[in-house]
Design a protein around this ligand. Structure first.
Ligand SMILES: Cc1ncc(COP(=O)(O)O)c(C=O)c1O
Length: 391
């Protein structure tokens, strides 16, 4: 996709010893110039926006677009009446275009995050893969928190950039790695916004530091989108570092549940991979975003329930980990947990977490009632007594 080349061209013009602001400013200028060159060379390929079903004859931008001969729709199942409700497009967007529902949702996501562009993927795992591989070359460096979510780590492994790992949320260690990485062209700091295991949140100093060293910042917001920050945009809003986070990836399958899929959002145009589109679960995500942009009632309810849970569990004598986030692991120290399934929660111990950090992983939702929470606390107290984890 040309956008990937444009990003590359932009980065190759960035001098060493630059600020993140100047990297972005150069990037922006080149991104604006690059399409002109491609137009002049006659190699520009506009994306078709399909406004009808993916049938043999399609409409493009509202008018008849002729016969669709590049759909990979071998069996015609994309327009089969019984499959229609679940069906999406059956070919990659670069070849056969994309649909207006996808474009509309991408625009809505970009608006929600106050970014220029967004690209949908079948999942956030795909979004992460699509981003690092398309964006980074062997001349670049990526600096990754050691406790980043597996899909970030795997996506980084697949890309060709130099890899640095810094200790979890450790600003001093990141600074040492940033100094070492100055010899590379682009430096990208990659972190979860809210970490899914411990519910801890990246400190703003990580973004400030990246900025000071001219590094761009990527944040995976799967555990933040839709409920963290004043207008629930996520960690960057919560921490007041929106201007310092360049690219975000997130999922439609957690707080925006009812949908599935993932996306990247950031300065436009974003690069993307040749991957099939998201099926029209996009309608659910679109509706979920409407609800969140209209009112914060659901989010407030979740926050109040999280607080209620924490106060109850702490009153019972437990230590909970996590920050202002609905993920609140209840720490059980060295307890050797076995099966205890009165409630559907997830216990974690060695080797997944380090010694002394055995925990019951708890995530509160707006759907839980106070009775649910009380009952859950009761069950945890029972487990705590069973494993002698209560003082
Ligand atoms: C931090 C993080 N990133 C990405 C994902 C994957 O999201 P998706 O299911 O959309 O691929 C998860 C899922 O648990 C996650 O916790």
């Amino acid at each position: 996709m040309w956008a990937g080349n444009a990003w590359r061209a932009a980065l190759s013009e960035v001098p060493c010893g630059r600020s993140a602001q100047s990297v972005l400013a150069q990037l922006r200028g080149i991104l604006e110039r690059e399409p002109e060159g491609i137009h002049r060379a006659g190699t520009w390929k506009s994306e078709r926006v399909i406004t009808s079903r993916q049938e043999p004859h399609i409409h493009v931008d509202g008018v008849s677009g002729g016969i669709n001969l590049c759909a990979n729709n071998y069996l015609g199942l994309s327009s089969h009446p019984e499959v229609i409700q679940a069906a999406g497009l059956s070919s990659v967007r670069f070849i056969r275009g994309t649909q207006s529902i996808h474009k509309n949702l991408e625009a809505k996501i970009a608006r929600f995050h106050q970014r220029e562009d967004a690209i949908l993927y079948p999942s956030c795992c795909d979004a992460n893969t699509g981003l690092f591989e398309a964006l980074l070359t062997p001349e670049d460096a990526v600096l990754s928190d050691e406790l980043n979510y597996a899909s970030i780590i795997h996506s980084i492994c697949l890309c060709k950039a130099h890899k640095y790992h810094y200790r979890h949320l450790d600003v001093a260690d990141l600074e040492a790695k940033l100094q070492e990485a100055q010899k590379h062209w682009l430096c990208l700091v990659a972190t979860d916004g809210a970490f899914s295991m411990d519910g801890d949140i990246v400190p703003p100093q990580i973004c400030h530091l990246a900025s000071r060293y001219g590094a761009l910042v990527f944040v995976d917001e799967c555990h933040a989108t839709g409920f963290l920050g004043l207008t629930v945009q996520g960690t960057d809003e919560l921490l007041g570092v929106m201007g310092q986070v360049t690219i975000i990836s997130s999922t439609l399958g957690k707080a925006l549940r009812g949908a599935s899929g993932g996306y990247t959002t950031g300065p436009g145009p974003l690069p993307y991979l040749f991957s099939n589109s998201l099926p029209p679960a996009v309608g659910c995500a679109s509706k979920a975003l409407d609800l969140l942009m209209e009112s914060n009632t659901i989010v407030q309810s979740m926050a109040a329930k999280t607080q209620w849970f924490c106060s109850m569990i702490e009153a019972a004598g437990f230590t909970v980990s996590g920050a202002s986030h609905p993920i609140h692991p209840v720490m059980l120290g060295d307890a050797q947990l076995t099966s205890h399934e009165r409630h559907l929660c997830h216990w974690i111990q060695l080797p997944v977490v380090s010694k002394g950090k055995a925990q019951i992983w708890v995530q509160i939702s707006a759907l839980h009632s106070e009775e649910d929470i009380d009952c859950h606390v009761e069950a945890i107290v029972e487990v705590g007594r069973l494993y002698r984890a209560l003082p």
